[in-house]
Design a protein around this ligand. Structure first.
Ligand code: BDR
Ligand code: CA
Length: 343
């Protein structure tokens, strides 16, 4: 009986993922002849990102999850310039066989100079692995796609932001009426402790501190996956070997990217690879992976030394900050999602 129930659940989630109209309110309810009801939830999301090797891994986890329906991908300048992040997102969709609209967004921060991280992610952002491309970047811009899809979804759409928050800040500024339609914003960025670009600032917040400040103070319900947790969500050398052993046309280039990312961490004397962006996606799939508490937050935008630092404010506590990760739950979830690409 248990296995049979699992199969029904999988089938329903698949249907709801492929045909979201079947799942008004983000779930389908099925009544069996016994009268028992099963509620199967599918979250509709837009992923805003700057691929980026860990963004690529996060996207692959999201593509593979039967809990998420991806309504679009928007890209922003971050790890590499925006022309590359948009191209990379489309190439990753091509590799995974996903027909998802990709819209390009901001070319740089709201204010100040552009910062990239090609030392971590390679000149092309994907560990210098060249991927073929089919399809076109959308004629809609990132903020237009976000706005139109959020309104269309009537309050049922969540955003997952894996790069600098420029596109989100622009969306809120250009379209203030959109705010109540954002069900939740889950973001990777910031840190209540040390930074990874400066002692105070994490990369995504450092790359656009003003956007991060505006978004954190906006009142949108936010779940923040900062370095406090993502530094402890690791992919270990044995697991990389295991993924490599699965092989196949999808995982082989993905493993080449992971190996590039591994070289960066090895050069810093680290064995494990930090799964910053994949943890944020995994946390949307399963909220039990982390524990945290609510804060009111802003970001330092003026002082040169502490630019991008997270500041704790009094009220309102609209940001749930994840502070502890259950690595023993994250690891199997992430590995199982990647395993679904095994040929
Ligand atoms: C964040 O910065 C980027 O380099 C990664 O993709 C991640 O989003 C970690 O600080
Ligand atoms: Ca990223």
């Amino acid at each position: 009986m248990k296995r049979w129930k699992t199969h029904i659940g999988l089938l329903l989630r698949y249907c709801a993922k492929m045909h979201p109209a079947m799942a008004p309110g983000g779930h389908v309810i099925v009544q069996l002849s016994s009268g028992k009801e099963y509620r199967v939830s599918v979250k509709q999301v837009i992923i805003d990102c700057d691929p980026g090797i860990d963004d690529a891994l996060a996207l692959f986890a999201a593509f593979a999850s039967d809990r998420l329906f991806i309504r679009g991908i928007t890209t922003v300048a971050g790890n590499v310039p925006v022309t590359l992040t948009a191209r990379n997102a489309l190439a990753l969709c091509t590799l995974a066989g996903q027909d998802i609209e990709v819209a390009s967004g901001a070319t740089g921060p709201l204010e100040g100079e552009v910062h990239t991280a090609s030392d971590v992610h390679g000149q092309n952002g994907l560990g210098d692995v060249e991927l073929p491309l089919t399809g076109q970047i959308s004629t809609r811009g990132a903020d237009q796609l976000l706005y139109e899809e959020l309104i269309k979804a009537g309050g049922e759409l969540e955003i997952i932001a894996l790069g600098p928050l420029t596109n989100l800040a622009i969306l809120l500024e250009r379209h203030p009426d959109v705010q109540p339609y954002i069900k939740k914003l889950t973001l990777m960025g910031g840190s209540l402790g040390r930074g990874n670009v400066t002692p105070f600032a994490e990369f995504n917040f450092y790359a656009d501190p003003l956007a991060a400040d505006r978004v954190l103070r906006s009142g949108v319900p936010i779940v923040m996956f900062g370095l406090d947790v993502t530094n402890h969500a690791l992919l270990l050398p044995d697991q990389i070997d295991e993924i490599e052993s699965w092989g196949g046309p999808v995982l082989t280039p993905l493993v080449q990217m992971i190996r590039f990312y591994q070289k960066f961490y090895k050069s810093k004397g680290m064995d494990g690879l930090k799964m910053h962006d994949p943890l944020a996606v995994a946390g949307v799939i399963d909220s039990r992976l982390t524990e945290g508490q609510a804060y009111a937050l802003g970001v330092e935008t003026k002082d040169r030394d502490t630019l991008g630092k997270v500041c704790i404010l009094e009220d309102p506590r609209t940001v749930h900050v994840c502070l502890k990760v259950h690595q023993e739950k994250f690891s199997p979830l992430f590995m199982n999602l990647l395993k679904s690409y095994q040929m």
